[in-house]
Design a protein around this ligand. Structure first.
Ligand SMILES: [Zn+2]
Length: 313
């Protein structure tokens, strides 16, 4: 048994997970980011101890999925835009010190990618690319069941590839990143631009969720905006398909809860732009594990750490 920790900007999910990826027990705690990373580590360590006590067993290792960017394998935050004040914090060593257990860390998109590849919508794929679209756009690449993280943990940051040289500012400091143009907030912006304020909220701005709900309910104008937005998603997916030549492209994150609404225009745009040989090999599918992907993926990181020869830890 291992512990998986899905560390988010507002809340933390902690759970005990067996080798098959089953969540045996879990709880949710607040991140309370302004109180600082040390206090959050104390809360995580306490939650793991409580879960272990209730289960009557101590986990063998801990895996953490956290918002990037992180330096790997040392598991240290480097300039995390979503957790101000946490920059430089040595997540892996601080948590390992509190629990006396080996700790593996990776970014949240990579953890979710690993879970989808081994237990979810990517099962059986040779090369699986995972793209998560929510408040940002994250990516993960799993080849033959193994996560590819780049040389220091920051590979496959497909959300931060430039798609518009003069586009909107991105949290990373660049302009016109795919994330700045096509993540959830960009859909809210596009909807407000095209439709004016949302019904019943004069002067208000659409959220991505409101727009997708309206489109799903059959509102024709909202549907047109959703389609325009889906094409922006397709542009980045075409790059993913050209770069990695995957046989499976798994789409997760809050925006993809409306996968079936977005898929036709998104896939059509991808097919208009990507290379034919790459397109012939790839299948687009929605993520299968839902909110648990982060927690389960974090636990898989811990299992992988235990399976590594001790000399490489
Ligand atoms: Zn960026």
């Amino acid at each position: 048994m291992v512990a998986g920790i899905d560390l988010g900007g507002t809340k933390i999910a902690a759970g005990l997970v067996d080798r098959q990826g089953r969540v045996l027990a879990s709880r949710t705690l607040p991140t309370d980011a302004p109180s600082g990373p040390a206090a959050a580590m104390d809360r995580i360590a306490a939650a793991v101890r409580e879960l272990a006590e209730e289960a009557g067993r101590r986990p063998q290792a801990v895996g953490v999925g956290a918002p990037g960017p992180l330096l790997l394998p040392e598991g240290r935050f480097v300039g995390t835009p979503n957790l101000p004040g946490w920059n430089g914090f040595a997540l892996r060593d601080q948590l390992a010190g509190r629990l006396g257990l080996p700790v593996a860390v990776n970014n949240d998109a990579n953890a979710a990618a690993l879970a989808e590849a081994r237990l979810g919508a990517g099962r059986g794929a040779e090369v699986m690319v995972y793209v998560t679209v929510g408040t940002g756009i994250g990516g993960g690449l799993v080849i033959g069941g193994r996560l590819f993280s780049g040389v220091n943990g920051n590979g496959v940051e497909i959300g931060h590839t430039t798609v518009d040289p003069d586009g909107p500012a991105c949290g990373c400091g660049n302009r016109g990143c795919w994330e700045a143009v096509a993540a959830g907030p960009a859909l809210g912006r596009l909807a407000t631009e095209r439709l004016g304020p949302p019904p019943g909220r004069p002067g208000g701005r659409w959220t991505a969720r409101e727009l997708l709900d309206a489109a799903a309910a059959g509102d024709e104008r909202a549907r047109a905006v959703a389609e325009e937005y889906a094409r922006l998603l397709g542009i980045g997916l075409a790059s993913a398909v050209n770069l990695f030549n995957p046989d499976r492209l798994v789409l997760g994150g809050g925006v993809m809860a409306r996968y079936s609404l977005l898929a036709p225009a998104m896939e059509a745009e991808m097919r208009r732009r990507a290379l034919p040989a790459n397109l012939a090999a790839v299948r687009l599918v929605p993520a299968a594990l839902g909110q648990d992907a982060g927690l389960v993926g974090a636990a898989l990181l811990a299992w992988d750490l235990l399976d590594e020869p001790a000399s490489r830890r």
